[in-house]
Design a protein around this ligand. Structure first.
Ligand code: MN
Length: 238
């Protein structure tokens, strides 16, 4: 989906929030001090794993309601809960999300995914193309004949492969896969064609795969200055 952004005074992209509402709020209100002449593009995965999935979506909707220019994309977690809502019975769905992702406030035990959240998730686009960037949750697969039609890849691909003239030299900004902070900073300095923004905000305790000490920040990237704003996780995790 095309998105005109050049008329905004500042343009930011933010990666995977995963229910870290307090951290996200602090990034928006204190770190970047978002104004109504700025644009804030969100790369998806607002829900699951962190302490307040429903509150994170409520806050995004509240910002939009108040007249902030917030443009949320779809992540695999928003997509999956819509699919699960259609496939599982509501009791199963509720228990699964309560136990697996701590996201049961998005759901009613009897009626399933609450209409407010269902409507929000259903409307989320898969990618944006601005005047000078592509923004997507995960990646595009440019080995496919029509990479911009393949929605499944955009939500789950692990790497930006085969970057070709499909993008006209526009860099791709994406989330989905946690990268260590020093890797992200080093990449940004080299002005690459692929900019990862997920620093695994939700991972703030020892983890079996990742060194969490190099993760657990939520990042905002300024699309014009290439400045990176770093908000450490401030959630009270159990
Ligand atoms: Mn993801």
């Amino acid at each position: 989906m095309k998105l005109e952004t050049k008329h905004f005074s500042r343009r930011f992209a933010v990666g995977d929030i995963h229910g870290c509402l307090n951290t996200f709020r602090k990034l928006v209100e204190d770190k970047i001090q978002l104004t109504k002449t700025d644009a804030l593009i969100l790369l998806g995965d607002y829900i699951d794993r962190g302490p307040d999935s429903a509150g994170t979506v409520d806050y995004i909707l509240e910002l939009i309601d108040k007249g902030f220019n917030v443009f949320p994309l779809r992540g695999n977690h928003e997509h999956d809960i819509l699919c699960a809502h259609n496939m599982l019975d509501n009791e199963q769905l509720y228990l699964f999300y309560r136990l697996r992702f701590k996201s049961s406030k998005l759901l009613d035990r009897v009626t399933g995914l609450l209409p407010k959240y269902k409507a929000f998730f259903e409307k989320l686009p898969y990618f944006f193309e601005t005047e000078d960037f592509f923004l997507v949750h995960a990646a595009f697969d440019f080995s496919k004949p029509n990479p911009f039609d393949d929605n499944a890849d955009m939500l789950v691909m692990r790497t930006c492969r085969n970057i070709t003239n499909f993008t006209n030299g526009k860099p791709i900004i994406h989330g989905h896969q946690p990268f260590y902070l020093t890797e992200i900073q080093k990449k940004i300095e080299s002005k690459p064609l692929c900019i990862p923004l997920d620093n695994g905000c939700v991972y703030n305790k020892p983890h079996k795969i990742y060194d969490y000490r190099q993760l657990s920040n939520l990042l905002a990237f300024n699309l014009d200055s290439y400045e990176l704003f770093i908000q450490p996780n401030i959630e009270q995790m159990k």
